[in-house]
Design a binder for this molecule. Structure first.
Ligand code: NDP
Ligand code: MG
Length: 389
């Protein structure tokens, strides 16, 4: 029986992880749940799964959760510090990091420091501070298992292989809802349109990232750190059907891929169950329904975010951190119809140019770079709005 701390339990990954837990009561027990602002869903989840504790990070929501769970002897903790503490409890075996954005970094690092097994969905953690996270994980014997479908695919392809025989990884990208579109079309798209992903149902932020291809850029950097790769060993190809979740090419020219229907419950279940594969009766791939699996190059010229992220990966230092912070700010602005689709790339680029470069950042440097980048990006958003009137 694995005892789980599910951070971000109210999100897309969090709720699907709880579906996996509910389907496997003999394998998993929920020890901790965490949410930010969705108190109603957190209360419902706590009543159903009876964890020892829940953590609420939005201070405004704490009282409501406390009142609701008073009679159930479930501890209600609040704030980021509590989040960093619960992941270190002896009663927690596996931490699922499913908080979105930079906000997930601190709790992931705390779990690393405690040498936990971490099923990591929060890709921003590795984008921002991958070098530090992976180094500390090695020192503390923490195990990081990817939840992101591409990285889960690579992880699965590498089982039983000699890491030295890996030539490169090839991340597949669906291309998102705007595959094949050009800037003259993209200039007018709104958040409601970008939120309609053809193959995956996900949280709002990652869905916008998928439409701009920033998601694939974040995933390149995530792969670099997760699998200890040189920048040149990370490649991307567009595969619109999302059946091949990624591939690994070996030094003998052989390529392995991992396939499945696009359903995040599969990589979530794999990460939580690892090294055991858990049987299920989810729908299987019927290859007769997919008579064509196709591949095409990425249009870096139109989807500039991927080029920006690739360059940030090569530049290194605090650049991916700065890029990530700027992206979080502009995506949020785009979701509120405050900036245009193409403007997002301009603002990310300008933010990268504005924040001073640090070649070998400490954790504190990452935290201050994140703050500084958010300030610049917010100022660019404000300026663009003013110029609209
Ligand atoms: P959602 O937006 O659906 O959920 C995010 C979760 O994080 C919610 O539980 C939310 O709480 C919580 N949260 C938000 N802000 C904070 C904060 N400041 N402090 C603490 N908790 C916070 O996101 P997803 O589930 O889609 O994604 C989660 C992570 O997984 C992301 O990093 C994403 O890139 C990654 N991922 C997601 C995939 C997917 O299919 N969804 C696929 C691959 C990776 P509340 O809702 O209560 O406010
Ligand atoms: Mg992914």
């Amino acid at each position: 029986m694995k005892r789980l701390a599910i951070l971000g339990s109210t999100g897309s990954i969090g709720t699907q992880a709880l579906d996996v837990v509910a389907a496997n009561p003999d394998k998993f027990k929920v020890e901790v749940l965490s949410a930010h602002s969705n108190s109603a869903l957190l209360i419902e989840q706590a009543r159903k799964f009876r964890p020892a504790a829940v953590v609420v990070t939005d201070e405004k929501k704490v009282k409501e959760v406390k009142d609701a769970l008073l009679m159930l002897s479930i501890k209600v903790l609040s704030g980021d510090q509590a989040l960093a503490e619960v992941v270190q409890w002896d009663s927690v075996d596996v931490v699922l990091g499913a908080i979105v954005g930079f906000a997930g970094l601190r709790s992931t690092l705390a779990a690393v420091e405690a040498g936990k097994v971490i099923a990591l969905a929060n890709k921003e953690t590795l984008v921002v501070a991958g070098e530090i996270v992976m180094q500390r994980a090695a020192e503390k014997n923490a195990t990081i298992i990817p939840v992101d479908s591409e990285h889960s695919a690579i992880f699965q392809c590498l089982v039983g292989e000699d890491p030295a025989a890996l030539e490169k990884v090839i991340l597949t990208a669906s291309g998102g809802p705007f595959l094949g579109r050009k800037p003259n079309y993209l200039v007018n798209v709104k958040a409601s349109h970008a939120l309609q992903h053809p193959n995956w149902t996900m949280g709002a932020k990652i869905t916008i990232d998928s439409s701009t291809l920033m998601n694939k850029g974040l995933e390149m950097i995530e792969a670099k750190w997760m699998f200890n790769l040189a920048n040149e060993q990370v490649d991307v190809v567009v595969h619109p059907q999302s059946i091949i979740h990624s591939m690994v090419q070996f030094t003998d020219g052989s390529v392995k891929s991992q396939m499945g229907l696009p359903d995040m419950k599969l990589p979530i279940q794999y990460a939580l169950g690892y090294p055991q594969r858990i049987a299920n009766n989810y729908k299987r791939v019927d290859f007769k329904e997919y008579s064509k699996l196709t591949f095409e190059p990425v249009d870096y010229k139109t989807f500039r975010n991927l080029e920006i992220a690739r360059n940030a990966m090569f530049k290194g230092g605090n650049t991916p951190c700065v890029m990530n912070a700027a992206n979080e700010v502009v995506v949020n602005a785009f979701l509120h119809n405050k900036v245009g689709f193409l403007e997002m790339s301009d603002m990310i680029e300008k933010t990268i140019d504005s924040v001073s470069f640090i070649e070998h950042p400490t954790l504190e440097d990452y935290i201050s770079s994140d703050i500084e980048a958010r300030e610049y990006a917010a100022a660019f958003v404000k300026k663009s709005q003013l110029s609209m009137y």
